[in-house]
Design a protein around this ligand. Structure first.
Ligand SMILES: Nc1ncnc2c1ncn2[C@@H]1O[C@H](COP(=O)(O)OP(=O)(O)OP(=O)(O)O)[C@@H](O)[C@H]1O
Length: 285
């Protein structure tokens, strides 16, 4: 994994919109690094995702375009892009809203999610994907490190955000049919998270019936199908009801809260779909 470092004298970055001071590292991906930075004008903290200008297959300019498009839809699960630019000869960057830890790290910290937290995460990640599909994009790299919780000092602490749009592909264009799938293409994404069988054995332990139904349903989707988000949502609700789970219980990562104060999930899921959506990623570039 390439480790990207900001060199000496590069901890202050100026764009036409503002001046930012890099203060720490938040994460390391396979294509770049994410730092926290402070906007000098108001001392607000943001995240800055950087990618070397020598990257063989640059992904950040594409990610910046996707973020711009996503910001048009005011989904509570998207992060706002604040600024972007590049340091000549060194790296390019996007500055985005700072969120909390990713779901992989959160789970390592709390050791095991309760069923209520797992189902709540299921509903919110489903809503995030639905919103992404609503604006015509496929993510193609869905995995726990690409979802983050909000920050402890903010109202969004119980909200799940979707991140990392470097592999996103536009599949629905305004006024046009969805793109025709190619006959063959290389695998995109992270193989670790791609096995249906792995998920199947995991879910055997709890909510087997509903999770099995969801997995079978996802597997049956064809390129061009509009996924039935309501169907999946109601399977999760059914699992909660069978196991008498309170979906409004505080998530595991917030010991102090009495209940979940993120947006009400049923309201969130009730948003009607207006755009053409496809789900299956295997046949697309
Ligand atoms: N806005 C943000 N606020 C807080 N932390 C963030 C933010 N964006 C990214 N991170 C942290 O940095 C990590 C890596 O970010 P991201 O997935 O965007 O990078 P990447 O290089 O595309 O990673 P990969 O290609 O390996 O999936 C995330 O898992 C998260 O922990």
């Amino acid at each position: 994994m390439p480790h990207f470092k900001v060199g000496k004298g590069e901890n202050e970055i100026t764009t036409s919109k503002g001046k930012y001071e890099l203060v720490g590292k938040l994460g390391q991906g396979s294509f770049g690094s994410v730092f926290s930075c402070i906007r000098q004008s108001d001392k607000q903290v943001f995240a800055m995702k950087c990618e070397s200008l020598n990257a063989e297959r640059p992904r950040l300019p594409h990610e910046a375009n996707v973020l711009l498009a996503l910001n048009l839809l005011k989904s509570p699960h998207f992060v706002e892009m604040i600024d972007n630019g590049q340091i000549a000869g060194r790296f390019q960057f996007v500055i985005i809203r700072l969120v909390g830890q990713n779901l992989w790290d959160v789970r390592l910290k709390v050791k095991q999610f309760t069923l209520s937290t797992s189902l709540m995460i299921g509903i919110q990640t489903l809503a995030a994907l639905r919103d992404l599909h609503r604006v015509g994009w496929l993510h193609r790299d869905i995995k726990p490190p690409n979802f983050c919780i909000g920050r402890p000092d903010e109202e969004t602490f119980h909200t799940i955000f979707i991140l990392d749009f470097g592999l996103c592909r536009k599949i629905a264009l305004k006024g046009k049919d969805i793109r025709t799938p190619r006959k063959e293409c290389a695998f995109r994404g992270t193989t670790r998270y791609a096995s249906l069988a792995a998920h199947d054995s995991l879910f055997r332990k709890c909510c087997y019936q509903q999770m099995h139904t969801i997995l079978l349903y996802l597997d049956s989707l064809q390129y061009g199908n509009i996924p039935d988000y309501d169907f999946i949502y109601h399977q999760v609700i059914a699992a909660a009801s069978v196991h008498r789970v309170d979906l409004e219980a505080a998530p595991n990562w917030d010991q102090k809260a009495k209940s979940c104060f993120s947006l009400r999930m049923d309201q969130d899921m009730e948003v009607q779909l207006t755009t053409t959506i496809v789900f299956n990623v295997r046949d697309t570039d």
